[in-house]
Design a protein around this ligand. Sequence first.
Ligand SMILES: C[S@@+](CC[C@H](N)C(=O)[O-])C[C@H]1O[C@@H](n2cnc3c(N)ncnc32)[C@H](O)[C@@H]1O
Length: 192
Amino acid sequence: MTLTYEALYAMIKENITGRIGITEDEGHLLHKTISHGDLYLEVGCLWGGTSILAADKADRVITIDFMMGGFWDSIDPVAKRKPSATHILDNFTKFRVAHKVSIIKDFSYPFPLPPDIQPDVFLIDGGHSYECALQDWNTAREITKRAILLHDFHRGNTHKGVWAMGQEVAMKDPEWELTDHVQSMGLFTRRE
Ligand SMILES: C[S@@+](CC[C@H](N)C(=O)[O-])C[C@H]1O[C@@H](n2cnc3c(N)ncnc32)[C@H](O)[C@@H]1O
């Protein structure tokens, strides 16, 4: 039986160890953007929530996270616990997507994967400084075939570096166009 998007999001929210870091409406944009058969790649795994959502449609999911510093050394204050690679793997197993997901424990730049990896959809949800967002945008814009989702892209967001990079670089990119924007999730699609 196939779940509706709303039921899938609710199930993840309820049952994931940790939490999913995007809202239901942001997740809906991500889910709609992915087509069956796609290769989806993201920077920023945390507890694996966005990977699980993407794996509902994508054939293959690659998630990159260096798993260090911040929440990884102290605690995720929202989930009130500390993430770990074991928790992520357990989440992927629990939601029956482990066979589709590759976890890359590494920095997103320099980009750790070979150039023949060309995702259909790329989610940027890693480091929130201007520099990190820029590095990830520069990777994504080169290798992505169809759509780049930029999370934390909102004027009022605490992550001002992402907003600034989005305004100054992504919005001015001649090859990419902002075609949708839901809360803090911007969708850029490759121009024809
Ligand atoms: C906002 S969380 C990701 C949330 C996840 N996408 C979700 O919605 O459930 C950001 C993650 O990016 C990772 N990260 C930050 N900068 C990174 C970098 N340059 N390379 C790899 N991972 C990075 C952090 O370790 C953190 O786990």
